[in-house]
Design a protein around this ligand. Structure first.
Ligand code: SF4
Length: 64
């Protein structure tokens, strides 16, 4: 499970460009993470590593 720190996020569109299945803009212009759509972890990691402000992090499964 990945999540985006909305306070850090610049809405630059880098992650949505690299991995649009998982990262998309919601109606408010925030990044929405579609964790259920992860089928290419390499692509997700590329998006994570390309974020200029490291706003995307991996969340432990057992965390609420
Ligand atoms: S790459 Fe990072 S800063 Fe850019 S939109 Fe995605 S989460 Fe936000």
């Amino acid at each position: 499970m990945f999540k985006v720190d909305q306070d850090k996020c610049l809405r630059c569109g880098m992650c949505t460009g690299i991995c649009p299945d998982v990262f998309s803009f919601d109606d408010e212009g925030n990044i929405k993470v579609n964790n259920e759509n992860i089928n290419n972890l390499e692509e997700v990691m590329e998006a994570v590593n390309s974020c200029p402000v490291t706003a995307i992090s991996k969340e432990e499964e057992n965390k609420a």
